[in-house]
Design a protein around this ligand. Structure first.
Ligand SMILES: NC(=O)C1=CN([C@@H]2O[C@H](COP(=O)(O)OP(=O)(O)OC[C@H]3O[C@@H](n4cnc5c(N)ncnc54)[C@H](OP(=O)(O)O)[C@@H]3O)[C@@H](O)[C@H]2O)[C@H](O)CC1
Ligand SMILES: [K+]
Length: 503
């Protein structure tokens, strides 16, 4: 699903009105009807007290339509107009009149802090104060109202966006933003719903299709693309029945040091479980018995050195090399890595200490094979590209980096971002249980396993990240977030592949 900016959504709005021959009031009615239907489905005629806070723009207009429709269904609704200006939008005014025709319990106006209503924690608050039109921080009593709503501990549903959240920048530390439990957003998610600095304001998220212009939505390039099952499915390459292991390539996993052989084991197992035809593992001598015992399906080649990598003379022609997990940064390992980079022409996957060595020796960047996949977590990214001002600045800097070095970058996080070929993809699978030792090693193995099966590196990164999260979701369902360990993610890749096409 594409993610559009506020300006793009306004354009989609205008085009829909024109091409579908409807008024903006009708579009608002359509959008809000979807929301009230969704609320009705969940509340099931409950007599819970509903307080709806409406701004005086179109987000507020949505709130008024929702209020009218819920009142018509018999819900216990009280409407408050957050009168931040006397300039009301046309559709606000039209729906204000319609609401007054529906109920004798007219909206109350909030013009200062003394007008704030009490909000009980057992009530249900709908936040329709500001949407994508917010263009400056909330001030004065409006900011205080946001605190008042947040501190009530009532359940908060935000319409389109939590009020106070900008669609195109990060709020300052002093800025007030509604902390929603649930956000229902129109047509496409907004980029800020997925950024680490702003995602917590959103709560659970639901996107409602309000029928905006199809032609525009499909032809317009989005700011980013959200990857859920339908998008991941499109990347999957089915196997031919007439094939043999040679068709699925050879993944060479290189890494490990004394005490850190487990990392390479996890990557190798994940590559096999993802379908690599052959997996070889190049490690220091100390890991030989461990690898051969724990993973008999992999071939093992050892370094001359017992405890660290010093000469990576693998003598093979692998489809892809996955480098760095548990490798350490010993000067001899650095030299061996440099030689490996110089010799390798196929795209590589580089993780962990491979990334750290590049960060400390930027001259290595020029030896990176084109289209290699780098998989940093935020700290590794910072070492690689330096500091950023905020999450928007970070996106810009990573895009520049991937363009300058012709690489794919997988930025790991609760929503992993994949950067490549001028696009940003945001993963929508996975769960907090996956923040566990070795989870990244498994991801490296999965992506490498896909590249070895002739997936393009970018497709391998997107699908690999999605499957990794999906497998983690399947494990968490059976085992809890707490008990999930990264070996389980590799073990459950089979269930993840099956689930990709299950419904
Ligand atoms: N295409 C769609 O997705 C549809 C969206 N709908 C809904 O419409 C809103 C967007 O409505 P809009 O009227 O453009 O904007 P807001 O309601 O968010 O804001 C209204 C005005 O408020 C002013 N503003 C901005 N920031 C502040 C602030 N900090 N303090 C006070 N006032 C502020 C600003 O006007 P100015 O002239 O003062 O700059 C805003 O214009 C969208 O989110 C959806 O909920 C449609 O209902 C369906 C289609
Ligand atoms: K809102």
């Amino acid at each position: 699903m594409k993610i559009f900016s506020a300006a793009q959504l306004k354009k989609a709005d205008e085009l829909s009105i024109k091409n579908q021959n409807i008024t903006s009031t009708q579009l608002m009615e359509r959008a809000a009807s979807h929301v009230s239907a969704e609320i009705h489905k969940r509340l099931q005629n409950s007599d819970i007290a509903i307080k709806i806070f409406c701004g005086v723009g179109n987000n507020g207009g949505d709130g008024l339509v929702i209020a009218r429709q819920l009142i018509e269904k018999g819900y216990n609704v009280k409407v408050f107009v957050v009168n931040y200006t006397d300039n009301r939008s046309d559709d606000f005014l039209i729906n204000y009149d319609r609401l007054k025709e529906t109920t004798n319990d007219w909206p109350e106006y909030i013009k200062s802090a003394s007008d704030f209503p009490e909000i009980d924690q057992n009530e249900f608050v709908i936040d329709a104060i500001f949407g994508i039109g917010l263009n400056r921080p909330l001030e004065g009593w409006i900011a205080k109202l946001v605190d008042h709503i947040n501190y009530s501990n009532a359940f908060i549903l935000s319409i389109d966006m939590p009020s106070g959240l900008f669609s195109d920048r990060i709020p300052g530390e002093e800025d007030r933003v509604i902390s929603a439990n649930f956000t229902i957003s129109f047509q496409t998610p907004k980029l800020v719903f997925f950024l680490p600095q702003t995602m917590d304001f959103v709560g659970d998220l639901q996107i409602l299709d309000i029928g905006l212009d199809r032609e525009f939505l499909s032809s317009e390039k989005g700011q980013a693309e959200l990857i859920s099952k339908p998008e991941a499915r499109l990347l999957y390459q089915p196997r031919k029945s007439n094939s043999h292991k040679g068709n699925y390539g050879h993944t060479l996993v290189v890494g490990g040091s004394y005490g850190k052989i487990g990392s390479v084991l996890l990557s190798s197992k994940a590559a096999l479980r993802t379908g690599a035809g052959l997996v070889s593992t190049f490690i220091p001598k100390c890991g030989y018995t461990i690898l051969q015992t724990a993973l008999p399906e992999a071939m093992v080649i050892v370094d001359k050195n017992d405890e660290k990598l010093t000469h990576i003379d693998h003598g093979m022609d692998p489809s892809v090399i996955c480098f760095g997990m548990g490798a350490g940064k010993d000067p001899e390992t650095l030299e061996a890595f440099k030689q490996l980079l110089e010799q390798t022409k196929n795209p590589m996957l580089i993780d962990a200490d491979g990334l750290n060595m590049i960060s400390e020796h930027k001259e290595l960047l020029k030896f990176l094979p084109k289209q290699s996949v780098l998989t940093p977590h935020p700290k590794e990214l910072q070492r690689l590209i330096g500091d950023w001002k905020d999450d928007f600045d970070k996106l810009k800097k990573v895009e520049e980096f991937t363009r300058n070095h012709d690489v794919i970058l997988v930025l790991k996080g609760s929503h992993t971002f994949i950067f490549g070929e001028g696009n940003i993809y945001i993963n929508n699978s996975g769960n907090p249980g996956m923040a566990t030792a070795g989870s990244g090693d498994v991801l490296s193995g999965i992506i490498s396993g896909l590249i070895s099966q002739q997936y393009q590196p970018l497709a391998a990164a997107i699908l690999g990240v999605y499957l990794h999260g999906l497998s983690g979701d399947i494990v968490a369902e059976n085992r809890s977030y707490q008990a999930l360990i990264s070996g389980d993610i590799a073990e459950n890749m089979g269930a993840a592949f099956q689930s990709l096409f299950a419904d």
